[in-house]
Design a binder for this molecule. Structure first.
Ligand SMILES: *[C@@H]1O[C@H](CO)[C@@H](O)[C@H](O)[C@H]1NC(C)=O
Ligand SMILES: *[C@@H]1O[C@H](CO)[C@@H](O)[C@H](O)[C@H]1NC(C)=O
Ligand SMILES: *[C@@H]1O[C@H](CO)[C@@H](O)[C@H](O)[C@H]1NC(C)=O
Ligand SMILES: *[C@@H]1O[C@H](CO)[C@@H](O)[C@H](O)[C@H]1NC(C)=O
Ligand SMILES: *[C@@H]1O[C@H](CO)[C@@H](O)[C@H](O)[C@H]1NC(C)=O
Length: 485
């Protein structure tokens, strides 16, 4: 659906009069295995998708010959003070970020070599491979984990979990649950090896869609595949989109979109540092799940402009906030000479699918004066872990305890511990303090969707896709497994 405003969307022309000052890229991971079987893994196809996307961003922002190169950014050898790359503790997202960076700063051969004292020249392994770190909230120092708090903002926000739960009580939900009963039951021959008849309902719209979608990409044969006409596949996708958007955003309950709010806060604070003369940071890259896109699309009013923005974004999709100036003295322009534009590429960004500019916040233009942009973003932003976040989330424990009188927070945390094993309570405490990341989408999927993974006593190291979290409401199962991407 293309409405009037979206017709304005266009690839920003690389006008010589513009100087790009910095950018913030938020990307989804590439193709992966189905969530039905844990652990979910990035596939070779997925790696190739994010690699190509990284290469496209190189051609836009890094390449020496690019007319839209970020002013002064290092072209061949990555300068780590110019970059900030983050992904949650998750093998699919971490892997995607690492491979994207290989597209952005490929092995530099002899450029990435050094001459030793004795005269020998040593080239870095793998043809001058550049090892750019992908930070996680947990690994960051305490100062950094403050600025990375957006990752946590997706987690441990009880009011957001509550709000998403309310979707399952909505009229829209019950109507679709009823009207799609037969549709999902008719497809049982396709998925009955994995989903029981009881699970084959709209309640699990995303899990069912994901299982079939992944199979259509990877399985040469699918049982009863004659049932999967193109229109049926489309319906599966449409229903999953409605389900997931319902969990990610509701205009009358903004806290549901807390992931988008925390992202907005992080974008503003990061871009601010890109225009400050005291910082050399130029390019921020974050990897995260589709739910964060959906929440942000809702909050920034894109979903109201086009229904396309209520859909799950394709693998390797990216949205970018680009800072630029038209001023000739471009190195440190005044704030009122700085502009921002929002770009989005659905799926792998490439020359044939470049990121395009779209108007956000109900504007009719795709470029914002910086101050207007900040004002609009601040209306929807919540800084993860801040007092406002704690209040909006109804959270009083962990890092929020500092904002509440000692007695109250102590009694709350005691009450929360009740009924949980000490080990579980300990793990939760550790997650809150260390900032180990759970995403809201994960919680939602765990709560509202279906878990197929057989629970194991121990998760294998390094495959931390699944966390156990305590149920907050008695109607939920006593332990919920959480999955993230
Ligand atoms: C120079 O030093 C490096 C590192 O210690 C060593 O591997 C290399 O063999 C040395 N080369 C010569 C010619 O001594
Ligand atoms: C969640 O919802 C329950 C009841 O629906 C309510 O009692 C509780 O205060 C809510 N919690 C938060 C943090 O909003
Ligand atoms: C959005 O919230 C309103 C008010 O709480 C509710 O009536 C409506 O059903 C909700 N819609 C969805 C899709 O959850
Ligand atoms: C696709 O293949 C995987 C791996 O062999 C299997 O687990 C899955 O059930 C298959 N999907 C379908 C729809 O049969
Ligand atoms: C992205 O592509 C999917 C189909 O692959 C579509 O459903 C969705 O609407 C698209 N999103 C946007 C914003 O164009």
């Amino acid at each position: 659906m293309h409405t009037k405003a979206l017709l304005l969307a266009s690839i920003p022309a690389a006008t010589a009069a513009e100087t790009i000052l910095g950018a913030y890229i938020f990307s989804r991971h590439g193709d992966r295995t189905t969530k039905a079987y844990s652990p979910t893994k990035l596939t070779a196809l997925g790696a190739e998708q994010v690699y190509r996307s990284g290469s496209w961003y190189r051609s836009r922002y890094i390449d020496e010959k690019s007319s839209t190169r970020i002013n002064g950014i290092s072209s061949d050898l990555a300068d780590l003070t110019e970059l900030s790359v983050t992904a949650p503790v998750d093998n699919v997202l971490q892997g995607s970020a690492g491979i994207f960076l290989q597209g952005l700063y490929p092995p530099a051969g002899s450029v990435n070599s050094q001459k030793l004292a004795n005269g020998t020249t040593i080239e870095a392994p793998l043809s001058g491979y550049q090892y750019i770190p992908v930070n996680t909230a947990a690994a960051a120092s305490s100062a950094q984990s403050e600025s990375n708090a957006w990752l946590q903002g997706n987690s441990g926000c009880p009011a957001a979990v509550n709000s998403s739960q309310a979707y399952f009580q909505s009229k829209e939900y019950f109507e679709l649950l009823e009207s799609t009963k037969e549709f999902y039951q008719n497809l049982l021959p396709v998925y009955e090896s994995t989903f029981s008849s009881e699970k084959a309902t709209f309640k699990n719209a995303y899990s069912l869609y994901d299982y079939i979608h992944v199979s259509t990409i990877h399985n040469a044969s699918i049982p009863s595949s004659d049932l999967l006409a193109p229109s049926t596949l489309q319906t599966l996708s449409d229903l999953a989109n409605i389900h997931e958007f319902g969990l990610a955003y509701n205009a009358s309950s903004p806290i549901r979109a807390v992931a988008g709010s925390v992202l907005a806060s992080h974008i503003v604070s990061t871009l601010k540092s890109s225009i400050s003369s005291s910082s050399s940071q130029k390019l921020n890259i974050q990897f995260g799940p589709y739910g964060t896109f959906a929440s942000f699309f809702g909050l920034s009013q894109l979903s109201a402009v086009s229904q396309d923005f209520t859909s799950i974004v394709d693998y390797a999709s990216s949205m970018t906030f680009e800072l630029f100036t038209k001023s000739a003295s471009s190195s440190t322009p005044d704030e009122d000479e700085v502009f921002v534009r929002f770009l989005f590429a659905n799926g792998t960004a490439s020359d044939s699918n470049p990121a395009k500019a779209y108007p956000i916040f109900g504007q009719d233009k795709t470029e914002f004066p910086w101050t207007t942009f900040v004002a609009e973003m601040n209306k929807i932003a919540l800084e993860g872990g801040s007092k406002e976040w704690c209040e909006a989330c109804g959270e009083k424990t962990g890092q929020c305890a500092a904002y509440y009188p000692a007695e109250e927070s102590a009694s709350v945390s005691e009450a929360k511990k009740g009924g949980m094993s000490n080990a579980v309570a300990g793990v939760i405490g550790a997650m809150v303090t260390l900032g180990v990341v759970l995403s809201l989408q994960a919680l939602i999927l765990g709560v509202g969707g279906l878990r197929l993974t057989k629970r194991r006593k121990q998760q294998p190291q390094g495959t931390s896709e699944v966390f156990q979290v305590p149920a907050r409401k008695s109607s939920l199962s006593d332990t919920l497994s959480v999955q993230k991407v």
